[in-house]
Design a protein around this ligand. Structure first.
Ligand SMILES: C[S@@+](CC[C@H](N)C(=O)[O-])C[C@H]1O[C@@H](n2cnc3c(N)ncnc32)[C@H](O)[C@@H]1O
Length: 270
């Protein structure tokens, strides 16, 4: 607990992002990773494999950009740094660990940016119209763009933030909040589709809950991680054992279905 509080304070971050919970979320992911390293191993290896495959499919060797770089668990950073003259890691917040990893390699730069272009106005939102997403890479175009387990995360804290404001009396319907979340997802997909180079996309698409009290672990709930937005491309699929019992609940096993696409332009459209 003390270590987590120190880690939280050590993350430099704009105050509106701190209010919305972003550094806290990264600290929570780091803590869960430490507890669930073995359960996450396949998912992280599969994700890194998709990025390595994307590197092999990319002709240009000037720049690679990773969106949602986070704690770099799923990013083969050394392979990227060896393959490209310059690598940029884009995220809202960068932890001291990520800074250290970047510095060690010499050609890796950190970019602090909001790829949805909405969070600054959302933090002070008083109604009536929600901001329109202005999706961006946060940096210049690149030979390879990787969206690394970011897509389904884009609406989570914004929706939680707006739900809280709604409970405090802000006149906003629950439907409008979910619709806003959807717009963050679809505008990120549009952004990826517009890129000229190789684009690798790794994202969870389904969140499943299994009954851990029973031997046969039946599925009890399934939730669309993309809020009903259809992924326009198909790729490899695997299951991420994100929170086996009792990580979140003594009687629930949580698993996510993940899709990994090394290059959206070479994938079959769905
Ligand atoms: C689940 S993590 C991705 C996993 C990460 N690649 C890793 O290995 O740790 C999602 C990341 O997306 C970042 N993120 C969420 N919303 C963002 C936004 N609007 N712009 C940029 N980064 C964002 C979070 O800060 C977090 O680091």
């Amino acid at each position: 607990m003390i270590l987590e509080a120190l880690a939280y304070l050590a993350i430099p971050c704009a105050s509106h992002l701190r209010r919305m919970g972003y550094p806290g979320e990264l600290v929570a992911i780091a803590a869960r990773y430490r507890r669930r390293r073995r359960d996450w191993a396949d998912h992280l290896a599969n994700s890194r494999c998709v990025v390595e495959d994307a590197i092999a499919r990319t002709r240009g060797r000037s720049r690679a950009v990773v969106l949602g770089a986070g704690l770099l668990h799923d990013v083969p950073l050394a392979a990227l740094a060896a393959a490209f003259a310059e690598v940029e890691l884009v995220d809202l917040v960068h932890t001291p660990w990520t800074r250290w990893q970047a510095k060690r390699l010499g050609n890796v730069r950190l970019v602090a940016a909001d790829v949805t272009g909405t969070l600054a106005s959302l933090a002070d939102f008083g109604g009536p119209d929600l901001p329109v997403p202005e999706p961006s890479l946060g940096t210049a175009p690149a030979d390879l763009v990787v969206s690394a387990n970011l897509l389904s995360q884009l609406p989570i804290l914004p929706i939680a933030w707006l739900d809280r404001r709604r409970c405090e009396g802000l006149a906003l319907s629950a439907d409008a909040i979910v619709e806003f979340g959807r717009s963050l997802i679809s505008s990120h997909l549009d952004l990826l589709a517009r890129q000229a180079g190789t684009v690798a996309l790794i994202t969870d698409v389904e969140r499943m809950t299994f009954d851990a009290r029973r031997h046969d672990r039946p599925l009890v709930e399934s939730e669309d991680a993309l809020l009903g937005v259809t992924l326009p491309w198909s790729g490899r699929e695997w299951i991420w054992r994100i929170a086996p019992a009792p990580e979140l609940h003594a009687d629930q096993d949580r698993r996510h279905r993940v899709v990994g696409i090394p290059n959206i332009r070479e994938s079959a459209t769905t």
